[in-house]
Design a binder for this molecule. Structure first.
Ligand code: FRU
Length: 505
């Protein structure tokens, strides 16, 4: 596949060609190589015929496409989502003479000849070459099932045993099972019907994260249980929610009854955390940047022969945010390897920035905006900061910005982009309560970091407490940026814009 298409993201992972959905099997090995597997249809531009595609990276931006890692074992049996671990101590017995053996655990989904769904079971395969090629275990399945909706095992290590979370999708249950060896699994507990249900629970993830104070110091740690629901998200289609709590090796106990969403827009689903990030450090994940409502229809399929990218890699930890309580923060994983030149760096009160970035080959930018000294008692309707990206050729525009006086002060609007006409392709997204610092004394500051990459915009508001992932499909490339600030008296905005190097050129 060529990565030259006008809609093809240049700093994001997308498959060489054909259809991709969930990230799978992610782990980082002892040499610092990140492995990304993914739900892949190598023969079609819509979902179906699922295999595990594979790619590797040493910096999470430059990816090397690898041969397909898992193939369907039989006709009408497909390899659905799952995870992978490095079995350093050879608990499984598959690796008598090495400490870099990889075990993948995944769902096999059987279909009958008439097309109806048969049982979904949990299975393992092992790799003696560090995750490039796998052998199916000869006594699969390792967790049998009588359900056709039982899937997406995510394995992790807890003190002295393996734990897997797996979804009983249409019963709204996440099952917790334990194992000494990845082969023999014992039921431990169920987490049932919490939060938003939608029509199915999918792709659970259980992960331990540091809790940091506003200065960044680690003050605690907590478990996150993330569940992806689909269909039936509040904005339509698919979305991911998460719960905070404690885990004792067999049971997850939520700390509160709050349902938190990972994204305020619609294009971040089934994110998976990498296995192997050292204990106590921030976690790292990537999501599927699409939504089942329209993933199989987006125009990249007909125009360029591929569908879906992942989100940028994200660094995750927890923090206490004023008024909204404890939340998972998203930071963009270190962009240094793809940072190119600084195109703009200015500070002002009221004013505008106009930038023509048509000469940036990748079409990709990193944008940072900080507004300080906002007197929240002096906010007027006209106190705004708008940042938009446009195509002078077609007049298309992607808008985002901040309404200082409003209830939902940050917004993104893709309604001015014309290359995809679909009833479910929601135009506008917004998020509330985006001042986390200083609002007690009436003087607030506000920040935004974003990447735009041809057909995907990801924005991280207020230190990453609010994240929005928005795909968009212009008929002509967006090549100009405009920022306009009308701030309350005394407020200052500083703007920093960098071009990004293509990781695929
Ligand atoms: C989530 C999902 C998973 C399943 C996979 C199949 O997007 O439906 O539950 O394993 O996709 O491709």
């Amino acid at each position: 596949g060529s990565y030259a298409g006008a809609l093809r993201p240049q700093i994001h992972f997308s498959p060489p060609q054909n259809f991709m959905n969930d990230p799978n099997g992610m782990f980082v090995d002892a040499n610092g190589t990140w492995h990304l597997y993914y739900q892949y249809n190598p023969t079609g531009i819509v979902a179906g015929n699922q295999h595990w595609g594979h790619a590797t990276s040493t910096d999470l931006y430059h990816w090397v496409n690898q041969p397909i890692a898992l193939f369907p074992p039989e006709e009408r049996v497909y390899v659905f989502s799952g995870s992978a671990v490095v079995d350093v101590n050879n608990t499984s017995g598959f690796f008598p003479s090495q400490d870099n053996g990889v075990v993948a655990m995944f769902t096999l989904a059987r279909y009958y000849e008439n097309g109806t769904a048969g049982p979904q079971t949990q299975n393992i395969a092992y790799s003696r070459d560090g995750g490039y090629t796998f052998e199916y275990y000869d006594t699969n399945p390792v967790i049998d099932s009588i359900s056709s909706q039982f899937r997406d095992p995510k394995v992790s290590w807890y003190e002295d045993h393996w734990v897997v979370v797996v979804s009983y999708a249409q019963e709204f249950v996440v099952g917790f099972w334990t194992s000494p060896d990845l082969k023999n699994w014992t039921f431990a507990s169920n987490f049932t019907a919490h939060g938003l249900l939608g029509a199915q629970y999918e792709c659970p993830n259980l992960v331990k994260m540091p809790v940091r104070d506003a200065s960044g110091a680690v003050i605690d740690e907590k478990y996150v249980l993330a569940i992806s629901i689909q269909p039936g998200a509040p904005l339509g289609g698919s979305v991911t929610e998460y719960f905070l709590g404690d885990f004792n090796g067999t049971h997850f106990t939520p700390s509160d009854a709050i349902t938190r969403l990972t994204d305020f827009a619609k294009d971040n689903y089934a994110a998976q955390f990498f296995y192997g990030v050292p204990d106590g450090q921030n976690q790292v994940n990537m999501g599927w940047a699409s939504n089942w409502q329209y993933a199989q229809r987006v125009p990249t399929g007909n125009l360029e022969g591929w569908r879906s990218s992942m989100t940028v890699p994200r660094v995750k930890y927890l923090t206490e945010a004023p008024r909204i309580g404890m939340v998972m923060v998203d930071e963009i994983y270190d962009l240094t390897p793809i940072l190119d030149s600084r195109l703009k760096n200015s500070t002002f009160g009221n004013g505008t920035v106009a930038l023509d970035y048509s000469s940036v080959d990748s079409g990709a930018l990193y944008i940072e905006v900080n507004v300080t000294n906002i007197n929240t008692f002096d906010l007027k309707d006209y106190s705004t900061l708008n940042i938009s990206f446009a195509s002078p050729a077609s007049g298309e525009i992607l808008q985002s910005g901040f309404y200082f006086g409003g209830d939902n002060p940050f917004f993104v609007n893709r309604g001015g982009i014309k290359g995809f006409d679909n009833i479910f392709f929601t135009d506008k997204f917004s998020t509330a309560d985006v001042y986390s610092t200083g609002s007690d004394n009436g003087i607030a500051s506000w920040s935004m970091k974003a990447v735009i990459d041809r057909s995907i915009f990801e924005v991280f508001v207020d230190r990453g407490i609010h994240a929005g992932t928005v795909v968009f499909y212009p008929t002509q490339p967006l090549t100009t940026l405009n920022l306009a600030a009308q701030l309350p008296a005394g407020a200052r905005v500083s703007v920093d814009i960098w071009s990004l190097k293509s990781a695929w050129a």
